[in-house]
Design a protein around this ligand. Structure first.
Ligand SMILES: Cc1cc2nc3c(=O)[nH]c(=O)nc-3n(C[C@H](O)[C@H](O)[C@H](O)COP(=O)(O)OP(=O)(O)OC[C@H]3O[C@@H](n4cnc5c(N)ncnc54)[C@H](O)[C@@H]3O)c2cc1C
Length: 386
């Protein structure tokens, strides 16, 4: 590989491709390294919200329709096997296969002039010396480095000693189930409470398959595999054919400072997974865009990219702070009971949540709405106990 690039990106997921596309289209000498050769898969439900669509459209010029596998307009909420509530005629929810989606994004970044090195694993970094080494033995140098290398980020490990504390983040299990193995047609995504602690289960429809998963805070779910097996058996009459895979998600544990010096972290490497829903693709693309904009601005105006990036990054993490507070209203056992009691009776609660995911409702407003609901429920209980 050529030895020096102005901007070097490690990781070709949504964060890395968003950054590469933005930088290359502004004429910055940009290279991206990924250990995989694309198309490559990534364990993921593949749910893309309207928020994702908006962010995608800010970055990429080609409409994403070719890689949308399925579109839904409603959601069903369950407590284990019991249907609690359903919403129809809601904002669109899109489903993609990451094998296709990530390849599509990377190809657009390449078309803008990004140099790409696929099938190359970065094994060590000397950040002060602005150099790195690949498993093949080749070395590279850079002016600015973007770590978009996912939840087990080597860049974050090199900066901070470790990527994440596994006890503070989530773990999820997932499998693709052939639609033929399901007796009833499934057209709306399903969210299942009561399976994972500080998390949930999901059945997401794709054209030919259903993506079935379960995830929650790692420390609170020591028996996740057993619970998933029980759920699959109850749902499909046995464990469907296919491979169950597991992966960590940095759910709620974002980096307060997303980098150091001339190194910026984006997407999962920075911990940008929404603390309640587990949505990460939108924030990966958004942070990739913001990191690239900060580098472009610093190149034009002088100074460092990191403070510029940090100011934009705060837009994302301000919402994560609201969501982190919200989840202490939703996930602990007592409040979860109240939430599950309120859900079947309320027509507004699930709709509001979908509006939040579609970026039609702001986190602060949703937080105030839920606080009001919780206080109302507590006041009712207090009156009843009198
Ligand atoms: C089970 C599960 C379900 C999920 N479902 C959803 C969902 O439905 N919707 C949603 O929005 N989010 C979902 N997420 C979260 C989402 O998958 C992530 O937030 C998103 O993939 C983050 O993108 P990224 O670009 O930061 O990292 P990634 O997509 O993880 O990309 C990182 C890239 O870096 C490369 N890399 C890593 N280390 C090196 C190295 N040393 N050298 C070279 N290359 C390297 C990898 O090969 C990879 O291509 C889910 C996550 C899990 C685990």
């Amino acid at each position: 590989m050529s030895t020096h690039h102005t901007a070097l990106i490690i990781g070709g997921g949504p964060a890395g491709s968003a950054a590469a596309h933005t930088l290359a289209s502004h004429g910055i000498d940009t290279a991206l390294i990924d250990k995989a050769v694309f198309p490559r898969d990534k364990l993921c439900g593949g749910l893309l919200t309207l928020r994702s669509k908006k962010i995608y459209s800010r970055i990429f010029a080609v409409p994403w329709d070719p890689v949308i596998d399925f579109t839904a307009h409603g959601v069903k909420f369950f407590h284990r096997e019991r249907l609690l509530n359903e919403v129809s005629n809601a904002s669109e929810l899109f489903f993609t296969r990451r094998l296709d989606f990530d390849h599509f994004l990377l190809n657009q970044a390449i078309a803008q002039g990004t140099r790409h090195y696929q099938g190359e694993t970065v094994i060590s970094l000397d950040l002060a010396g602005k150099t790195g080494r690949l498993r093949s033995g080749a070395e590279f140098t850079f002016d600015t480095l973007i770590g978009a290398d996912g939840v087990n980020s080597l860049v974050a490990k090199t900066l901070f000693g470790k990527a994440f504390d596994h006890d503070r983040i989530a773990f999820a299990l997932e499998m693709e189930v052939d639609r033929a193995q399901c007796a009833v047609p499934i057209d709306d995504p399903e969210i299942i409470f009561g399976l994972a602690r500080w998390g949930y289960g999901w059945v997401f429809p794709k054209k030919d398959t259903l993506t079935v998963g379960i995830g929650g805070l790692h420390a609170k779910n020591p028996e996740l595999k057993k619970v998933f097996h029980e759920f699959l058996t109850a749902r499909f009459g046995g464990i469907p054919e296919g491979k169950i895979k597991g992966h960590h998600l940095p759910f709620g544990d974002y980096r307060k400072t997303p980098g150091r010096g001339h190194v910026l972290l984006c997407g999962d490497a920075a911990g940008l997974v929404e603390p309640i829903t587990g949505e990460g693709i939108a924030f990966a693309m958004q942070s990739g865009l913001y990191a690239a904009q900060a580098i472009i601005e610093a190149a034009a105006g002088g100074g460092d990219a990191l403070p510029r990036y940090q100011a934009r990054y705060r837009e994302i993490t301000r919402d994560f702070d609201h969501a982190n507070r919200l989840r202490t209203l939703v996930f602990p056992r007592t409040s979860e009971r109240l939430f599950l009691k309120a859900l079947p009776k309320s027509s507004t609660l699930p709709r509001k949540h979908l509006e939040l995911m579609a970026d039609k409702l702001q986190y602060g407003d949703y937080f105030r709405y839920l606080m009001f609901k919780a206080l109302k429920a507590l006041a009712k209980r207090a009156l009843f106990l009198k």
